[in-house]
Design a protein around this ligand. Sequence first.
Ligand code: UDP
Length: 239
Amino acid sequence: MAYRYKTVLLKISGEALQGRIGFGLDPDTVDDIASQIAEVSRGGVRLGLVIGGGNIFRGQALAERGLNRVTGDHMGMLATVINALAMQDALERQGLETRVQGAIRMVEFCEPFIRRRAIRHLEKGRVVIFAAGTGNPYLTTDTAAVLRASEIGADIILKATKVDGIYDCDPKKNKEAKLYEQINYLDVIKLRLKVMDATAISLAMENKIPTIVFNLQIKGNIKKTIMGEPIGTLVSDQD
Ligand code: UDP
């Protein structure tokens, strides 16, 4: 197998699925990502997916508009389930076998998260989409991604973004922004680089799971990253 990483947790934000629409789901964008995922899955990579919900609802943004934070977070977690079902459908149209496992019970839509069962699905070549985040408010799907990656024994977390990786400052505002090829988790926290929230970073650091932050908008990047090509920024506990 030409792939460097055998078990991968791919984290895709909800926003990545909205394409140019600005809210909700763009079917063409979802299909495009699904076809890239299908290629690596057919190549034998064990793939778990965590999809965010920010294209529909974020608890914090709802709380700023007056909603109760916990209710807002529940709505955000439900949004991730909508996205997971859309991605499942797109992946199945690519001919893949998939399962959605939810952190909250919705047995008519998806299986509950059961770690051993998730691992068995991966062994059988099924793509497992982990929905509803961690099932707890005040957390993010980045934390869910690190948690599930730890539970399934992933070699790497791939965090898909709209930029090429981690920069020392915002590349959209500053043309001189420098892209890190590699950085350690402690420096990400110390330098307050906006990669993942602090809970997710500390969990990844403690569990020694590296993350590659890469640009999903460049077609073929999922495959290249899993093959070990030097794409994006590698974040690890190593200096
Ligand atoms: N959320 C939550 N607990 C979790 C994961 C997510 O409460 O474990 C809620 C939270 O309101 C969050 C929303 O679901 O804002 C959508 O997730 P996130 O913001 O991580 O999505 P992304 O930014 O990746 O699209």
